[in-house]
Design a protein. Sequence first.
Length: 393
Amino acid sequence: MNSRPLSQLKIRDLQSLLRSLQNSTEDTRDERYRINRIATALNLPALGEKSSGAQRLATKAECENNFHIFVRHAFGVVEPGTMFIDNWHIAAICNHLDEMFLGRMKHLIINVPPGTMKSFLMAVLFPAWIWIHDPSQRFMYVSYDPKLSIRDSIACRLLIDSEWYQSNWGHLFYWTSDQNEKTKTQNNHGGWRIATSTGGRGMGEHPHWLIADDPNSTRKASSKVDRDSVNLEWWDGAMSSRGRRMKNHHRVIVQQRVHPDDLTGHVMKKHGGDTLHLLDPGEWHHLRLPMRYEEELHCSTPIFEDPRKLQGEGTLLWEYGFSDLLVKAMEIEMGPIVAAGQLQQRPTVAGGTLFQAEWLKTIAPMHPDWLKPIFRSDTIEHVELKRELEKTF
């Protein structure tokens, strides 16, 4: 049997391995799990399943009733030839979106590291799933870069136009010929999906779903002018009334943290919290999933508890997607300040950046007569002032 990790196997290898495993007499739980993981990646029936009409109808019903199951089947349609590696954090995001669709949650903040499928789930698969239930729903996706919004818009449209989607749900709606472009697609039930940026078009539209997907640029996050443009001018200004009159209006902010006062921090402070906590959430809920678990900032919502609490401090978010070796390399490359925000969703370095707790040492008691002031602190402003004085005199 091929012993290479599943993530290193090519599709042809997987198909061959799947056939050999299915013909094997082994029937252990581990073997069944391994076979079904391969089958899911290839969009093939799992072990013991027959590709019959009844099975297809059952799978179709499961996809309709559960967004996470829809994701598992739709992934290979959008990313053919790529192994889908499921994880509990994917289920957690899907379950919260399920709750919002069912009307049990109003607004949501999702903070996760880059590369953990947040945009793929939120911007590509989610609207396609919602339109199975209600094709009149309207979506506005906003990013700091319009290219990112357009990329996901194209992927969503390709999924809906795929043979798999059309064979199951193509009878529910169709595109209108006058509004089927990269930045806006519209169907015959009045539902639409707009892709724009924080400074782009569509600001006069009223969506059911206003979704800010990485609204702050990682490169410009340190600029107060840029943050104010997103937080005050766009969110508090242009977007404050958008969709409010729509029944079942929802807002989602999904981003990696890039600054204490990014849009996530701005909204949480407005609703009774600080830059890391929603102390009085009201209509808002916060799903914070750092790359390494931190008990001090343990995440829980009405439907979720971070399962890593049982495993302890430092447990990885997605070991099969991001190994410890890879995460360490990212931490070194990013540096402590960037990694604290983008990986740990805590846009401050634990212990501070200028003075850290472990730097302070306790020494043996000294005679009072020996003590004298020996500590002096030069702030950046003080140093700059001294330099200017030295130049003058």
